[in-house]
Design a protein. Structure first.
Length: 403
């Protein structure tokens, strides 16, 4: 869709540009013909006393009138009719347009000379054809230029689409590879522990530890599978969010309460700044809660112990629910610049080794999809730009949801 809009914009801009340039060139050619070419032709034909031409339109009219005079001069004698009256009428028309001499007698003599030697008319006709060709050349060149440029742009868009398609295929292959990796590691551990227990080589005192490890790895696999199913569901055609009237402030407080135990267990500090008054919006409360919970969970997992995590909300007008921003900030380490553009892609965790167990890399991808489906803005802001939100000097990065 974006490429189609881009192509339409390119065609319109290139069309008006071509039209403007063609108009300028056309005006230049017309002025050149009016000032130099036409007077030279009239002087060459010897009609400078008969007609006064200062424009291309005047040349066309004069050629038509002189041609008509020549035809009448050849035809009227057959009907035994004098050409004087016809010549006088045609010359009077030229005089009305300021293109002819007021000396009718001289004009009649010129027409008689013309009837015996019509080469001057032929020169005028050739001159008119040359001028027509010159006037058409800018339009022909403009048409060729416009067609070639549009064709190049279409090929460029097609190449971009092909590159995007290949990147999407690579992304899907990488996704499959990451899924296999995230499932294979715990499965290998579960199989090894289960085999050891089955073979009876695990001491009785160690068996509870092995069972706990098996349960932990199984939970890890369930988490990967559940998140993957959610990601695929959100990405599938036909899935729609279920909007309803929700109190955004109350929803944020519920998300903070849900995550409070995890924050305490991680040794982190919670900073909550949510207005007490209700703020009603139309949104899918379940899906939006998942976004907030994912952001808080990421702040816990990807930062050292003792990190300060802030959840806050600002709104310009609570009565109209305008210009709402949700902030999930932390005082942990900043995300390296090369990773900032990739962190919203699936299976990107920010860890060099995926065996670290720090997360599946699907949380931010899911959050991005949910925000996109709502039409909300979703971005990462770090120092020094984070200071414009006035969240506190201790915070180094923040995820901002704009509603």
């Amino acid at each position: 869709m974006n490429s189609e809009r881009g192509l339409k914009g390119f065609i319109l801009s290139r069309f008006f540009l071509t039209l403007a340039v063609t108009g300028i060139v056309e005006v230049f050619f017309i002025n050149l013909a009016n000032r130099f070419f036409i007077p030279s032709v009239i002087k060459f034909t010897g009609f400078e006393k008969l007609v006064h031409i200062d424009s291309i339109s005047g040349l066309f009219l004069v050629v038509f009138v002189l041609g008509a005079m020549w035809v009448l001069g050849r035809l009227l004698p057959f009907f035994k009719v004098s050409t004087a009256e016809a010549t006088a009428f045609l010359m009077s028309e030229l005089i009305k347009h300021g293109l002819g001499s007021s000396d009718i007698a001289e004009a009649t003599q010129t027409i008689e000379d013309l009837s015996r030697n019509p080469k001057a008319i032929i020169v005028l006709l050739i001159s008119m054809i040359v001028i027509l060709v010159i006037m058409l050349l800018p339009y022909i060149a403009a048409g060729v230029f416009f067609s070639v440029s549009v064709a190049k742009e279409i090929r460029h868009i097609q190449r971009e689409k092909e590159i995007a398609r290949r990147k999407e295929e690579e992304r899907r292959y990488l996704m499959i590879s990451n899924i296999v990796h995230d499932l294979k590691t715990p499965m290998t551990t579960v199989y090894g522990y289960a085999k050891a227990l089955n073979d009876g080589i695990v001491p009785e005192a160690k068996r509870p530890e092995y069972f706990e490890a098996i349960m932990a790895k199984s939970d890890r696999m369930n988490e990967v599978v559940a998140l993957l199913l959610d990601y695929v569901k959100l990405d599938s055609e036909g899935f729609t969010i279920k909007r309803e009237r929700i109190d955004l402030c109350e929803m944020l407080r519920s998300c903070c309460a849900f995550s409070y135990t995890d924050i305490e267990s991680a040794g982190d500090e919670f900073d909550i700044d949510i207005p007490d008054k209700p703020l009603f919006i139309s949104a899918d409360g379940i899906q939006l809660s998942r976004v907030i919970t994912n952001l808080i969970t990421n702040a816990i997992r990807h930062n050292p112990k003792g990190t300060k995590i802030r959840v806050s909300l600002t709104c310009e007008s609570f009565s109209t629910a305008e210009d709402i921003r949700i902030f999930v900030a932390d005082s942990g380490d900043e995300i390296p610049s090369p990773l900032c553009d990739q962190i919203f892609d699936p299976f990107v965790t920010g860890d060099e080794s995926r065996a670290s167990g720090s997360g599946t890399g699907l949380g931010l991808a899911l959050s991005t999809k949910i925000c996109d489906m709502h039409g909300y803005g979703f971005k990462l802001v770090q120092r020094p730009e984070i200071h414009r939100y006035r969240l506190g000097d201790e915070y180094k990065k923040v995820f901002v949801i704009s509603i």
